[in-house]
Design a protein around this ligand. Structure first.
Ligand SMILES: [Zn+2]
Length: 68
């Protein structure tokens, strides 16, 4: 399991990428980022998580595998 937490303090001047998962219409899961990015809604939670993780890695953000 990868559980990396950024140790740097939050910086308001930088664009933050905090990705988490959101349930859509009961059977779908979508990754959402604080920058406004959204993944496609996926039937597979792990697929949506992969896309969200990719986005977080790409922009140096944080990914939270937690459905809100
Ligand atoms: Zn983002």
């Amino acid at each position: 399991m990868n559980d990396e937490r950024p140790s740097s303090p939050p910086q308001d001047t930088m664009m933050q990428h905090e990705v988490c998962l959101r349930r859509v219409q009961q059977h779908f899961v979508q990754a959402v980022c604080s920058c406004g990015w959204l993944s496609a809604a996926r039937r597979s939670e792990s697929l949506a998580a992969d896309e969200g993780r990719d986005h977080a890695i790409l922009y140096g953000g944080a990914f939270r595998e937690e459905i809100i």
